[in-house]
Design a protein around this ligand. Sequence first.
Ligand code: 3PG
Length: 214
Amino acid sequence: MSVAPEITRLEACGVVPVVVIDDAEIAVPLAEALLAGGIDVIEITLRRPAAMAALEIVAKRVPGILPVAGTVVTPAQAAAVHDAGARAVVSPGFTESVDEAMRRTGLPWLPGVATASDCMRAVGAGRATCKFFPAEQAGGVGALKALSGPFPQLRFCPTGGVSLANLGNYLALPQVICVGGSWLVPADAVKDRAWAQVTRLSREARARVAELRG
Ligand code: 3PG
């Protein structure tokens, strides 16, 4: 199966910042701060009412960054993020109804998996790239290696408890294309509009990915 260009973008970046946004107005400076640090993808999670507007603004006004919708848990949200301009979608889990809705959008979708049964559903639906969530809490690198035994065809973006300190353990696995995490965009930095901090954390993460990949 061919790999969608958006998935290739996630893989090239290596790190997907998971963003919780309360105010759509700050979406542009936040996305620009990530870009300034070399991170050209952003996952905007649908955890706050402002998320959909933030996604739409980033998709329209920050062409250099790949807008990804996160925390998509219903078919209606799948359709809405497509209309808002998302270019890829991440969910914390897998359901048949969201799988079907995602198929209608035509967008690449990373369903969340944490168990062998989840992986069976994802494979049965023809999904090739999954979010491994919550990565650290679900057993970390050891669990992911074990899941890859019966599911060698799956590729993963581990997210949940991932940080600069442990991302190398995940990226060392051939089945891991990138990691996700909120550490690049701390809640306090967003509250204080501390964009230089976001850029610094982004630069640090990209440097680590580059170092790991040689
Ligand atoms: C997610 O939804 O992907 C996670 O909540 C992010 O986990 P983290 O905050 O531990 O990075």
